[in-house]
Design a protein around this ligand. Structure first.
Ligand SMILES: Cc1ncc(COP(=O)(O)O)c(C=O)c1O
Ligand SMILES: [Zn+2]
Length: 427
């Protein structure tokens, strides 16, 4: 923040406040509004700018925008970590409310603005003993979020920013859970939600979106067709496109998965992370969080081996990883009951593949029958009714243990990204 400017604003604020206290300026609504405006301008702002994840081009963060204006790739929020560290200290996190907004200084919303929140984040990290397969296995159970999935994290951050920057009509293509989360946060914010989902999206998501008063359009096609439909109409309809990684702040909410995990493991990252990957936003977000935390001096250099877990019926990242490619081809005839993994083409493919390789991780694909079989086993042995996407990670662990890609004794974290209750047709 510009010190000269803030000094001037501070003195204006002081004059107003003193004038009110000593009765020289009447305590009217107008004076209060002026005061509030001043609080706004002196409140610290930790978001510096947006930066293209591919070409590095800087974009200012003060307006609504989607992709890089030069190369059309995702934009990342760059936070002033030096400024953030003045008030955000890892030892003091426990004194803050249990919510992802406890990492407020590294999140994009200016500190004077109230987030659009439904109590997201702060989910449990559970030890799994019966399914551990000779590893030190932990489950990050994201089904306890509002609307029962980790999509709440991204939408809390993104809807907060969209509202702050003046959007009123929000649109999203969704495999199901992102639609539900947008519907909930938009309702909370008093904004319009327009959700485009494939016709065969789990019924729970469709009903939930409608009950939350979102405008729901069912499309005969995949999430990519839903995205294309939004792209065709958004300018005319005045919709702000909330597609994952096509707007810069859902990833900021998702990166708190990484902050929380580090905090829950006492600032020692695990050896391995298994993440059910569709668009890859959580995986990319966690990687960003690890870099930020290292800069903050919160964690060491060591990174977990990151594994993308996909469905055999839609595995563009697994195929590209195995082929040694830098980007992924669109996966044709995508079919899987794990609707969140039915993403035939991810805009962040190059980022996901880079992380998998840099971390000495990998990518695996799991058949639907195996997801359901292992999902039942997780329920019976650990007491969690996991989503098929989460179940796929448990199946992936079996596979990676069998071929010794993951050695015995390693600390492994599985993300159960949502609740099985949303997938009654599949179970
Ligand atoms: C339950 C569930 N798990 C995983 C995913 C994939 O998430 P990401 O886009 O971060 O890869 C989704 C996306 O819809 C989902 O709903
Ligand atoms: Zn660019």
């Amino acid at each position: 923040m510009n010190a000269g400017a803030s000094g001037f604003r501070l003195s204006t604020h002081g004059i107003l406040l003193r004038g009110m206290l000593f009765g020289k300026i009447p305590n009217t609504a107008r004076t209060m509004r002026a005061l509030r405006r001043n609080v706004r301008s002196i409140a610290p702002m930790f978001l510096k700018h947006l930066e293209c994840s591919a070409c590095g081009l800087e974009h200012e963060s003060s307006r609504l925008q989607n992709l890089c204006r030069s190369c059309n790739k995702p934009l990342f929020a760059i936070v002033d970590l030096v400024a953030a560290s003045r008030t955000l200290q890892r030892e003091r996190l426990r004194t803050r409310d249990k919510s992802l907004w406890c990492y407020r200084e590294v999140l994009p919303l200016p500190s004077h603005v109230d987030p659009v929140s439904l109590g997201e984040g702060g989910t449990p990290l559970l030890r799994a003993e019966k399914l551990a397969d000779d590893v030190d296995l932990w489950i990050k159970d994201e089904s306890l979020n509002p609307t029962q999935s980790f999509k709440a994290r991204g939408m809390s951050a993104a809807v907060s920013m969209a509202k702050y920057l003046g959007a009123t009509r929000l649109a999203v293509p969704s495999a199901g859970n992102a639609g539900s989360a947008l519907a909930a946060y938009a309702a909370r914010a008093g904004l319009e939600a327009h959700v485009f989902m494939p016709r065969d999206t789990p019924r729970a998501n469709v009903v939930e979106c409608r009950e939350l008063e979102a405008h729901v359009t069912l499309i005969d096609g995949l999430i990519t067709d839903c995205a294309a439909e939004i792209a065709r109409h958004k300018a005319k309809e005045g919709w702000f496109d909330m597609s994952t990684l096509k707007e810069p702040y859902r990833i900021e909410g998702k990166k708190t998965l990484g902050y929380e995990l580090a905090e829950q493991l006492n600032w020692q990252l695990p050896d391995v992370i298994l993440y059910p990957t569709g668009g890859g936003t959580g995986l990319i977000g966690m990687w960003k969080a690890f870099d930020e935390m290292e800069t903050l001096g919160w964690i060491a250099k060591k990174r977990p081996r990151m594994f993308a877990v996909q469905a055999a019926g839609c595995a563009p990242i697994t195929r590209a990883f195995e082929a040694g490619a830098k980007t992924a081809l669109e996966f044709s005839n995508a079919r899987t009951i794990a609707s969140g993994l039915r993403v035939p083409k991810a805009i962040g493919d190059f980022l996901i593949l880079d992380i998998l390789r840099k971390s000495n991780g990998g990518a695996v694909a799991i058949k639907d029958e195996e997801m359901i079989r292992v999902g039942r086993e997780v329920g019976a042995k650990e007491g969690l009714f996991v989503c098929p996407e989460g179940a796929a990670c448990f199946a992936a662990l079996k596979l990676l243990r069998r071929d010794k890609t993951i050695a015995a004794g390693q600390r492994v974290v599985i993300f159960n990204t949502g609740s099985g209750i949303k997938y009654l047709e599949a179970y």
